[in-house]
Design a protein around this ligand. Structure first.
Ligand SMILES: [Zn+2]
Length: 252
């Protein structure tokens, strides 16, 4: 397995001999307005891709989309990805992908199998209370294949019961967390804070955690440096990789 952060939640993944793209957000910097009702109102994405969208797409055999908020699936991705690529997502997003012209849309409610890789949906809470309801539904995915470490891509979620039970049930060896502590002007964070990342580390002490979803969207307020500082204070930093855009993750 090889995992590379492209930007934000966009990952390029080599797994079981196949190349997958996760949560493609391929817009150039500044293509979209700031998220409404959010602090730090600047146009999104805040930074450019580390390489061209064409290079990101090159070699991709399938795409995983945890949900279709614009920081996970944007107009450039919908326009540039070949329409015959298999897209794996949650059933609520199937109509959107089909309306955009994609021919092979696979809704993952329980598990799906693709070329020797099993893909299992996990749940999450994209915030608390009314905000979480407004942001729902969201998904995560657990990937398994012979000879590969079990990988959990948790998606946009805070620490919650769904994540706790997913860790217990699937025992992932590698866990990708969407940090950034994304926030609106009011209410609690809707993606993982440093405390949430610490809770995951404590719940899965044998797992390698990879923290992404930072410094690319205006309302993600937790920076990589802040996160590293807090993980160090909580003595879990050795368990967590915090890649820069374009970097392959050093897996333990
Ligand atoms: Zn997000």
């Amino acid at each position: 397995m090889r995992l590379r952060l492209i930007r934000h939640a966009t990952l390029k993944l080599e797994y079981a001999g196949h190349t997958l793209l996760v949560n493609p957000m391929l817009d150039p910097a500044g293509a979209r307005p700031a998220i409404e009702n959010s602090p730090n109102p600047r146009k999104n994405p805040l930074v450019d891709l580390p390489e061209s969208a064409e290079e990101v797409i090159a070699g991709v055999e399938a795409v995983l989309i945890t949900h279709t908020h614009s920081d996970h699936w944007d107009a450039t991705a919908a326009a540039k990805l070949p329409k015959q690529l298999p897209l794996f997502g949650q059933k609520e997003d199937e109509g959107k992908f089909r309306a955009q012209g994609f021919k092979q849309v696979i809704s993952v409610s329980g598990s799906a199998d693709w070329k020797g890789i099993s893909i299992t949906r996990t749940g999450g809470q994209h915030g608390k209370g009314e905000i979480a309801k407004a942001m729902a539904p969201v998904s995560g995915f657990v990937l398994r294949a012979a000879g590969e470490p079990t990988l959990h891509i948790a998606g946009d979620t805070i620490w919650c019961g769904e994540i706790e039970s997913a860790l217990r049930e699937h025992q992932p060896k590698v866990i990708v967390l969407n940090a950034g502590a994304a926030q609106f002007l009011e209410g609690d964070p809707i993606t993982m804070t440093a405390d949430d990342v610490v809770r995951v580390c404590q719940a899965a002490p044998e797992a390698q955690v990879v923290a992404v979803h930072m410094e690319a969207i205006n309302h993600c307020l937790l920076t990589r440096a802040d996160l590293a500082f807090q993980l160090e204070a909580a003595r879990v930093i050795g368990q967590v990789a915090i890649p820069q855009d374009g970097d392959a993750v050093e897996l333990r």
